[in-house]
Design a protein around this ligand. Structure first.
Ligand code: PLP
Length: 398
């Protein structure tokens, strides 16, 4: 049967095999420790839950405007002014079903067949596929650990063609936890101006940031950067609201109009009740979020120190998000049970088999010599899981 070529070319998530196996093992009563979580292990704060219940009880259960309710748009406008130093108006905001839908809308709104979009590798798993679904071509820039997994402008200059349309910047970054500084973003903004590129600035993890580092939004840096940037954010990670599915984007009015038109024919408005919950998240008490950040900070410090105390593995100290990229380069070509560890997929499968620890293989992010560990899990799990990893490396790998 002749089905969609586009759909045929979309890769299923590489993480699926490992996470499905870990889940099945857990269901069979095996004590699996999971480092795969892409979401906070905290509950949605009570004030946000209550706002959702109030929304249901006061009849906010119908369709809203396709691009979202005005009250939430105003709260987002205020947030951008206060936290990010960017001035948008309500017509420059769209609210969508998670940050993911914002990204899908954005790529659909800006790309024509064959347009190239630069992404940094290791990348968040959905960028390449979302770009391809919109007819675009992802162009990977492989970043180096010694450069903190950041874009190198010299490398960027080399891959520009007359098809290059946009660049994705994700700070704080999933999977590396990297946070770009103001100076680095200024250089990227100048590069984008020089080559007339649009900027997709994914700031989903903006609040999950440590060591008194500041999150900088590239759109705040100049009038030119403001005009060429689509800024993306959401409540999923900052407010432990992954299941509520609310994200938002801000850009010039034309881009937002295109994104809203697309959304009006695909999903219509994002869930009405969740929009009212997100309104409370952005405008109510921020105390629970602050508590969560403190906990993540402690866990990150423990995880990074422990990893770097183990022979043959290492990691950087990431300043944002809740992930650590564990470098396993020194273990590649060593053996487990007589079999060579060729890549992070082999490593991850064996770690799960031997020690009941689930991690995300780097292949999911375009690299084979790293695995991603999430510290969005309890300190107890982190301590036990890392002890198991230490044993695995000490006892099982020859
Ligand atoms: N952007 C990044 C970098 C992410 O890691 C995620 C979620 O994992 C998203 C966007 C999408 O977030 P949401 O759950 O709001 O769709």
């Amino acid at each position: 049967m002749n089905l969609s070529k586009k759909a045929e070319n979309i890769q299923p998530s590489l993480t699926l095999e490992i996470t499905a196996k870990a889940k099945a093992m857990k269901q069979n009563g095996i004590d699996v420790i999971g480092f795969g979580a892409g979401e906070p292990d905290f509950n949605t704060p009570k004030n946000i839950q209550d706002a959702a219940i109030r929304a249901i009880q006061s009849g906010h259960t119908k369709y809203t405007a396709a691009s979202g309710i005005i009250e939430l748009k105003r709260a987002i406008v205020n947030k951008f002014k206060k936290d990010n130093n960017i001035s948008y108006n309500e017509n420059q905001i769209i609210i969508s079903t998670g940050g993911k839908q914002c990204l899908a809308n954005a790529f659909m709104a800006i790309l024509n067949e064959g347009d190239e979009v630069i992404v940094s590798t290791p990348y968040w798993v959905s960028y390449p596929e979302l770009i391809r679904l919109s007819g675009g071509k992802p162009i990977e820039i492989i970043t180096k650990e010694e450069n903190n997994f950041k874009y190198d402008i010299n490398e960027l200059e080399k891959i520009i063609t007359n098809k290059t349309k946009a660049i994705v910047i994700n700070t704080p970054n999933n999977p590396t936890g990297t946070v770009y500084s103001r100076d680095e973003l200024i250089k990227i903004a100048e590069f984008c101006k020089k080559h007339d590129l649009l900027i997709i600035s994914d700031e989903m993890y903006e609040n999950l940031i440590y060591d008194n580092v500041n999150h900088i939004s590239i759109a705040s840096l100049s009038k030119d950067a403001y005009e060429r940037t689509i800024t993306l954010g959401g409540v999923s990670k900052s407010y432990a609201m992954t299941g509520w599915r609310i994200g938002y984007a801000a850009a010039n009015e034309t881009i937002i109009k295109y994104m809203s038109n697309i959304q009006s024919h695909t999903t219509s408005n994002p869930n009405t009740i969740a929009q009212y919950a997100a309104l409370e998240a952005l405008s109510g008490s921020q105390d629970d979020m602050k508590h969560m950040i403190k906990e993540f900070h402690k866990r990150r410090d423990y995880m990074v120190d422990k990893i770097n105390s183990i022979n043959n593995i290492s990691c950087l100290k990431p300043q944002g998000a809740f992930y650590v990229m564990l470098n396993i380069s020194k273990l590649l070509d060593k053996k487990i049970d007589g079999e060579i560890i060729e890549n992070s997929m082999n490593f991850s499968k064996k770690l799960l088999d031997k020690k009941n620890v689930a991690v995300i293989p780097g292949e999911a992010f375009g690299v084979k010599n790293f695995v991603r560990l999430s510290y969005a899990t309890s300190m107890e799990n982190i301590i036990n899981g890392l002890n198991r990893i230490e044993k695995f490396i000490g006892d099982d790998i020859k």
